[in-house]
Design a protein around this ligand. Structure first.
Ligand SMILES: C[S@@+](CC[C@H](N)C(=O)[O-])C[C@H]1O[C@@H](n2cnc3c(N)ncnc32)[C@H](O)[C@@H]1O
Length: 478
């Protein structure tokens, strides 16, 4: 009996000692986090978790796991960080922050399906947690689950627009956030960037209430979303652009630079995965093969080559072997950074800015301009081709791709607007008429030396996109 009491006392003494030590490590860890020393925070918090008594759970342990998860995330240990958030959830499955942070970590790791589950859990535990709901919507959009994404964006908008309950972590200025949410909901309604949802009927309750109808055409709903995005923030160029695309604004002559820059800055990290692997884009290879066929493979060997709208360097890579000096030009700094990271040394020089100015600035010394899938952000091509005329040497070439409208659209346009030249499509890109391309070349002293219609060089929602592939030469008195 005494022995037993003694033993109990000993156990308690060890346990109290451990709790004390644990608290000291927690305090150390939290202080290190506040001071931004995440390595030290990880060491201290790890030591604290080692002292957690799994037999006698303490509700406070969940916060140690959350803090350790955050510190690990800060030093780039995403998988270990996710494991700590999961431990916090094991202690308390209603810990909203643990679910939300787990979502952020999994999203960073590219595990979008699991991230969506984590965000959904956080959002269902706290109905006012707009950040979880908005991230859920964004992840669902990345997963091409458009209707669920639309519903989640609508839900987030509802949380931020209502006035009865304070949202969790309410933003100081909700207007720019609401503008982004409406814009992204518009994109989800338009089928991502591809316009694939056009013509469908949107019956999600939260959306139809806004328009007072039972079921609203997705295109109409998207227009409504883009116009709300502009109303909340008139500097939202992307929303303005998409609104013009959906309202078939024939007056739009080119996409604004801020729209293109924003789009590709956002897209940079995922560009090739999305365009090449998911949408089957092969325009860069087709263009290279075509130039060889038109000019003769044995004649290829250029001095100065400009890759106009170079993106991550897919086209540049194809032409590197036949270019002495290769210059990559693009509006998006982030995509140029991605090109440098993915293909170090591919470009001899890069230029961040508008190709109209960049090409002209080369002062007539360019031997070849290559442009795959980048002139599609221009409706009116004249200023662009005047710059090419000024930037290219006599006898120099330009090789480019453009999009064409589908057969049905062409029939309608030919009937209703026989003088049509280009069309801003619901994807936000321009499609051109072949005759118009020929007119612009003629007007700028360039002679068409090769033309081929492109079929299915990219897919959108399973539908192949049509296009043009052109090689033209600058000639004396052309
Ligand atoms: C669809 S990507 C194509 C990239 C690359 N040419 C390829 O085939 O993979 C279009 C690129 O053109 C760039 N771009 C569009 N308009 C531009 C402009 N006016 N000036 C410079 N870059 C532009 C975009 O930033 C983007 O990187």
């Amino acid at each position: 009996m005494r022995f037993a009491v003694f033993t109990m006392f000993l156990v308690m003494a060890v346990s109290v000692q451990a709790v004390k030590e644990k608290d000291i490590f927690v305090e150390k860890g939290v202080t290190a986090m506040e001071e931004g020393d995440m390595e030290a925070a990880v060491r201290a918090l790890k030591a604290a978790t080692d002292l957690i008594d799994l037999e006698t759970p303490d509700p406070n342990d969940q916060y140690i796991y959350v803090n350790l998860g955050t510190a690990l995330g800060e030093i780039g240990q995403a998988a270990l960080s996710a494991a700590q958030y999961r431990k916090a959830i094991d202690v308390n499955e209603e810990n909203v922050d643990a679910h939300y942070f787990l979502g952020l970590t999994l999203q960073d790791m590219g595990r979008n399906r699991e991230a969506a589950d984590a965000y959904a859990s956080a959002a269902s535990l706290d109905r006012m947690h707009w950040e979880s709901m908005s991230n859920l919507a964004a992840v669902l959009l990345d997963l091409f689950d458009y209707s669920s994404s639309v519903a989640a964006f609508s839900e987030t908008i509802g949380i931020l627009e209502q006035r009865e309950v304070e949202p969790t972590n309410a933003p100081y200025d909700p207007f720019p956030i609401l503008s982004q949410l409406y814009y992204r909901r518009g994109m989800a309604l338009s089928g991502g960037s591809s316009g694939g949802n056009q013509g469908g009927t949107c019956v999600v309750q939260a959306q139809t209430q806004e328009l007072g109808g039972k079921g609203v055409d997705c295109g109409e709903m998207a227009k409504f979303s883009f116009s709300k995005a502009v109303a909340y923030d008139e500097r939202n160029e992307a929303a303005k652009h998409m609104l013009a695309a959906l309202t078939a604004d024939a007056t739009m002559e080119r996409a604004s630079n801020s729209y293109v820059k924003g789009l590709f800055d956002d897209y940079a990290g995922n560009f090739e995965q999305s365009l090449v692997h998911e949408l089957g884009y092969n325009g860069f290879q087709l263009l290279r093969t075509f130039v060889g066929e038109v000019l003769g493979e044995e004649n290829l060997g250029f001095g100065l080559v400009v890759d106009a709208g170079c993106g991550t360097g897919l086209v540049g890579n194809e032409f590197r072997a036949v270019s002495r000096t290769l210059v990559g030009m693009d509006l998006s700094k982030k995509i140029i950074d991605e090109a440098k990271m993915k293909r170090p040394g591919l470009y001899d020089r890069t230029y961040i800015g508008d190709i109209v100015e960049g090409i002209r600035a080369e002062g007539g010394k360019i031997d070849l301009v290559i442009a795959a899938d980048s002139f599609i952000y221009f409706g009116d091509l004249l200023a662009l081709f005047e710059s090419i005329r000024d930037g290219v040497t006599m006898g120099g070439h330009v090789a480019f791709t453009l999009e064409d409208v589908g057969k049905e659209d062409a029939r309608i346009l030919d009937n209703e607007r026989p003088d049509w030249r280009w069309k801003l499509t619901p994807s936000g890109r321009f499609a051109h008429r072949k005759g118009y391309i020929e007119d612009v070349l003629k007007a700028t002293g360039l002679v068409l030396v090769g033309y081929e219609a492109m079929v299915n060089f990219r897919f959108e929602n399973g539908v192949g996109v049509l296009g043009h592939m052109v090689v033209a030469r600058k000639v004396q008195g052309g």
